[in-house]
Structures are given as structure tokens and as C-alpha cells.
Design a protein around this ligand. Sequence first.
Ligand code: UD1
Ligand code: MG
Length: 451
Amino acid sequence: MSIALIVLAAGKGTRMKSDLPKVLHQIAGAPMLVHALRSAAPLEPERVVVVAGHGAEAVTAAATDHDDTAQVVLQTEQLGTAHAVAQAGPALDGFDGNALILYGDTPFILPETLERMVAARAQHDLVVLGFEAADPGRYGRLIMEGDALARIVEFKDATEQERAVTFCNSGVICADSTLLFDLVAAVGNDNASGEYYLTDIIQIARARGLSATAVACDEAETLGVNSRTELAAAEALFQARARSAATEDGVMMMAPDTVYFSFDTVIGGDTVIEPNVVFAPGVTVESGARIRAFSHLEGCHVARGGVIGPYARLRPGTELAEDVRIGNFVEIKNAVLDTGAKVNHLSYVGDADLGAGVNVGAGSVTCNYDGVMKHRTIIGAQAFIGSGTMLVAPVTVGAGAMTGSGSVITQDVPDEALALGRAPQVNKPGLARKLFEMLKSKKAKRDKGDV
Ligand code: UD1
Ligand code: MG
């Protein structure tokens, strides 16, 4: 059965106190909206419709940036969740299958939970995701009759007796798409808020002799974000989950609470991550690598046996083959390093290709930027770059070649050649002693006040 995803993301999020639409606030390096889309991705939705309102332009950009097949529809006035769903109707015209409604500000629903809902659709016309709330607060209450869901009452409209119910509505609903829009069209706004409540479709469906049920999930999954405080709590929850998942997968962390993961970080088993490491988006580390303390990685790939840091920075486009070593205060950007290459101290390697076994000495720099354009540096296998070499790109150093320490290399170096690009050394016998004597007597005169 095909699935169409409808993500409600039109709300303003007043309590965020931000110009950014609420669903674009980030958790683990990705907007909340993207987390919601990702939680449904394993179900392989055939269609994705995002209902945008506040900050629609930015929401559209984020949605299509993540999934270029996503359609964004506009809800210019936020008249309620049923009204929001109705806006997705025309976009799903002719679609045959299940519609699954998610909220853009509810980032933690697990794919397995959504799969259970879709499975429950085989027996019921409507499936709602519920949870036992520790503090039910203002959530809508699910009124059950055995396995059947009789109706959902919003807190504002609930009686004392209904408010005592702790089984609450997460907002996630699964129903046949055509039926959903048919039911939504029948919803009115005669209630305490004067809003079109999506939750009313349950009662409408039951009155038509259709069936409804609720699938339960853990309350942590339905965590919604309404304020910066809740956003920080959501980030903490994400990090806690990511750290324990990594540990379960065989990753060793000495101080897991100091390691930050992104939504898409992939770390192989038997990798050691020392304290205070940040994985910004787009990082893959294969098994058996070691990421040493205080390193920052983004948009890069570290193959088996790599040792990174301490205090290393890997920027986007960094591709490290097996057993590459990147040491302290080294920055690598948009560069491919072949097996066993080493850049161990205080260097910058950007827009470069380094062959197998290349050794870059301390304090070397690929001068990749001429102030207007970026240029590439190519270093052949087993070449040795002496300490303090400035490689002025575009430039190629041949395989097995060497550059003398302190060289400024502006021309290509042939294979196996030694390149010296520095002023020749001159020794002046005894001149140091004379200079010292001269300077010392000058200082003595100054100290006496003679000068
Ligand atoms: C809703 C549910 C409530 C449930 C709770 C769970 C209804 C009537 N109530 O209440 O039963 O317990 O969520 O968090 O559905 N949105 C739009 N357009 C609108 C209105 C809302 O896009 O016109 C979006 C919001 O941006 C948000 C989501 O829908 O992502 C939920 O809206 P919200 O106003 O938070 O609903 P609640 O009152 O919390
Ligand atoms: Mg809400």
C-alpha cells in the first residue's frame, strides 16, 4: 500500500521567540522538519506534502533541500489542524493509498512506531498514535472503548472526567487518503477554540460506522518542541540516544557526554572517540579509527585505521583512505588523502590530492586561494614535504619528490626531484660574537643613561 506523508508545519511557534519558523530550529544539525521527514523515510512514502504557513519560503527551501520530490502547500491562515490537512488535499488528488499525518515540530517518532500504525490500518479505518502521559496537561485525550477509539476530546472541551484520562493524542494519524479528506471536509469549528480540529474526524468516522483505534508509543517519541527550553531538552535527548546507540554498535567513548553527534553521523564499531569531539553533519568514520580529543569533523569520510587529532579539524570534502594520520592543529578541507598519508602538525591542506604515504612536515600550507579563485595542489605518492613548505597552487609535486624545509613552491616538481625554493644560506664566521658584543655594550650604555 503506498503512503503519502502530510507534515503540518504552518504554526508560528510564538514561544520560540525567534524570527526563524519553529520547524526550522535545529536538533543535531538538522531542522526539526527534517527529523520528522526522516522518521517516515523508511516507509518509503510515495508522496510528501508539507503544509507551510509562517516562514513558508524558508520552510519550502528546507523541505525541498532535503527531499526534492516534496510538495509544499500553503496554509495562509492557521485555522486548526483539520484546516491544515485540508490544504494538502489538492496536492494528493488522485493518490490512492494511506495518508500519514505528522507534525513538523515533533522530531522523535520512531519509524517502527509508524510501521505499527500502518500495520494496524489493515484492521481499522483510522489509526491514531497515543501515549500514556506522565503529566497529560493540555493534550487531547483518547477516549477508548476496549480496543476501539471512540473519540478524541481536546483539553479545552473536556469534562473533568475526560481530563482524568492519561492516554493522550500525539497528533499522528493514519487513514486512507480519500477517506481522510472526505472526513476533514466534514469538520466544523464549533468548539472552545473556534478551530477546525483534526481530532474531530474520529467521531465523524465512528458515526458513519467506520472503525478507529489507537497504537501506543513511548512518551519520549512524541516530545514536541514549543520553546527554546524544550529545544535544548530535545537536543539533549537526541544526544543521549545517539551516544547509547553508538556504544551499542561497539564504539568506545571515554566521556560520552562530551561527544556531539549530528542527525546523520555514522561511526563504525571498534572506533575510539576521545573526549570533546564534535561530529557536524555529513561524517562517516569506518571501523577501527581513533578520533582524538578536541577534534571537529564535518562532511568527511575517515577510513579504517585513521587517527585524527587531538585538535584536528576536518572540513567538508575531506576523504581519508585507510591508516591516514592527521595530527594536532591541522585543518583539512576538500582534499583526498591516499593510504597512510600523514599530516601530523600545524598544517593546512585544502583543495588537494595527496598520494599514498605522503608525509607533510610541520607548518606546511597549501596556498589554495589567490584572493579570487581556489586552486588545487597535487602531491604524488611517497613524496616528502619539508616542514614549513608553502605550496602555491595550482602546483604539482611528483611522486617520491621532496621539498626543502621553508620552501615556497611555485612551480611543478618532477617525480623524485628535490625542490628548494628558499634563499641560499650564507655563514659569516665570527660575526655572531661581534654582533653580541656590540649589542651588549649598547645596552650597558643605555642602562647607565649615557644614550
Ligand atoms: C494538537 C491536537 C491534540 C494533541 C496535540 C499533540 C488537535 C485539534 N489537537 O493540539 O489533540 O494532543 O496536538 O501535540 O489537533 N498546525 C498547522 N496549522 C494549523 C494549526 C496547527 O500547521 O492551523 C500545526 C502546528 O504547526 C503544529 C501542529 O499542527 O505543528 C499541531 O498544532 P498545535 O496548535 O500545536 O496543536 P495543539 O493545540 O497542541
Ligand atoms: Mg502543540
